[in-house]
Design a binder for this molecule. Structure first.
Ligand code: C5P
Length: 235
């Protein structure tokens, strides 16, 4: 059952400052996007990768991919102004008959590990769609302007990450309905929920951070060191 991975990398990354989008920022000398792609290359379940990105970034990714010489194909497509448009652009090129399952993962979460990718895919296979998330540690309040409207029950709140895996046909239907209704979601699951379909949740990972601001970089360096130590400690 072939599986395609979509790795959206078309963000402009304004919160990161600097002149490069964050997915091209280097971590331990390697662009974050390349670190993320290496994880999906290492996953035995994933057969092909599609990367939506800005057209002026294609030459550079092409060069980086040549240097990596990955075994599995990585295809570039032009992304859109919003993450949802970028994922839609990749999804349009995936044949649901050939790739029954699709897994979507932010380019800027390089600390995903192969086991987490597998857990999400296995859960999706049981139910059609699955995401990963971690429990909320802080109290979460809903506000309007500067006033509290409600305190949400923390024990039932989770913070959602990627990867998110779905049956390809289901995600394509969800994107089609969203497009017809001009519905915007902040993740793929939200579009599946809008379709009225079930989404299961598995435990994500504290390490699976989304590198968004310059202040995320020291933590990212720390996790990178841990990852490298673990790799050398393995028999
Ligand atoms: O915008 P956010 O920080 O949530 O981005 C998450 C991921 O989505 C990043 O890897 C980013 O490059 C990607 N993205 C995209 N197209 C956009 C905006 C974000 O592919 N227009």
């Amino acid at each position: 059952m072939p599986i395609a991975a979509i790795i959206p990398a078309a963000g402009v990354g304004t919160r990161m400052g600097g002149d490069r989008p964050k997915q091209f920022a280097r971590l331990g000398g390697v662009p974050i996007l390349i670190r993320t792609l290496r994880k999906f290359q290492a996953s035995p379940l994933v057969d092909r990768m599609v990367v939506p990105l800005r057209s002026d970034e294609m030459d550079e990714l092409g060069r980086l991919l040549q240097a990596e010489a990955f075994k599995k194909p990585v295809e570039m497509v032009v992304g859109g102004d919003h993450r949802q448009e970028s994922v839609a652009s990749a999804l349009r090129g995936i044949d649901a008959k050939q790739f029954e399952w699709v897994v979507v993962h932010d380019a800027v979460r390089p600390f995903v590990d192969v086991r987490l990718i597998e857990r999400v895919i296995q859960e999706a296979r049981l139910n059609g769609a699955a995401i990963c998330a971690i429990p909320a540690m802080d109290t979460i309040k809903q506000i309007e302007r500067q006033h509290v409207v409600a305190t949400l029950p923390r024990e039932r709140i989770v913070l959602v990450q990627t990867p998110q895996a779905m049956r390809t046909g289901l995600l394509q239907r969800a994107f089609q309905k969203a497009e017809e209704e001009n519905f915007f979601g902040t993740d793929e699951a939200m579009l599946v929920e809008h379709l009225g379909e079930e989404v299961s949740v598995v435990l994500g990972s504290e390490r699976n951070i989304k590198i968004t601001r310059p202040s995320d970089l020291p933590l990212a360096e720390f996790y990178l060191n841990m990852e490298m130590q673990e790799a050398t400690a393995q028999p």
